[in-house]
Ligand binder design. Sequence first.
Ligand code: IFM
Length: 463
Amino acid sequence: MFPTRFVWGAATSAYQIEGAITADGRGRSIWDTFCSQDGRIVGGDTAETAIDHYNRYREDVKLMADLGLTAYRFSVSWPRIQPDGSGAYNAKGLDFYKRLVDELLSYGIDPWLTLYHWDLPQALEDAGGWPARDTSKRFADFAAAVHAELGDRVRNWSTVNEPWCSAFLGYASGEHAPGRREPAAALRAAHHLNLAHGLAVQAMRAQNADSQIGGCVNLYPVTPATGSEADQDAARRIDGLQNRFFLDALLKGSYPEDVLADLSHLSDMEFIQDGDLATIAAPLDMLLINYYSRFTVSGAPGGAASAAAAPTDSGSPWIGSEHVGFVNGGRPVTSMGWEIDDSGLQEMLRRIAEEYPRIPLYISENGAAYDDAIGEDGAVHDPDRVAYIDAHLRTCHTAIESGIPLQGYFAWSLMDNFEWAWGYGKRFGLVYVDYETQARTMKSSALWYADTIRHGGLLGRAQ
Ligand code: IFM
């Protein structure tokens, strides 16, 4: 059994589900541009319609209520609310989120709002994107405006979802929008995403609301393939860039010296200005952790270049450590090719609780893609996903029992959706979506999750 106040949630993001990319005055985002370019997205998929959540949000909230979710984590689309990323706000865009939040509240579902899940207004990219310092300030203004409008009905806020992805997949490997391959720019982007987080926290706190505000990071434990010096160095490097660069900045107000040294050939770090790290480390009410897998790495030359092979032609996101190889750790994988390892979640939670003590923790994303299909009986049977979530929830339970302040869990994702460069080929949902008809069908994992929530804990171990 989980604590009575444990938060049982599911998560989505605006660009992956909303569609309606030209409706009601929405501006263009970097992902609209990226999707329109040849070879960027598997199969040439786009998110023009996505799963039409913009029009079907009532039906979707009803599904959440049927699941018994106590919380729903979603993101707002910056270009829907502020089409050019600066200047005028779009009342119709804001109204959509007010309607969504009111619908959630009418069912007693707690809205958890993420301010940025990767859909930068194209106008800001044209002005330099995240490598430009001004983008952080634009984001703080945007955060303040959204908070002023929705702070009366949304209590839980997070700033930037997975800044590692925006910085390094967007500007180093180029497998995400805006598709740039400029390692030095990616490093600036990473700092400015952290700064954007800190400035946004300040801006929201200045409004004196009773909001709970957190940052959201995607963490991976990193294991050296062998005890060799080269492999251990590879693990230090990848852990530094993936985990410590963000955790230390947000929670300690510093960047790890070894990571800065690894990157010193790229930059003199002049973009880190006095006072930035104090801003970035503004006190938080919670840390949101997205966890999917573990990395096993090798420093031997000639290793594979990417952690999970990118779907399209791309460079390496591991700036300064491009030589590191990602090795098969021998565990079963999901359809993304990601190794399943709930012990990695346990390890990460323990480490955070020890190294960054006292901050309340939430698993804000966790889940798995599988090749789901509607069966002859009209149902979608996804026992592998049930087993995945069951195992990770058991790990959460163990963590709580050992005194780690873990307070909630959000399954990724509520519904199948647009999986970025992978298009619609990867299904993460608890709810199956027929992309032709937009019909929603609860998978067996959704029914199982509903039972778990109703019971307040895990029944028998899932097979
Ligand atoms: O779909 C993504 C989400 O947008 C961010 N975290 C990882 C998920 C699965 O790749």
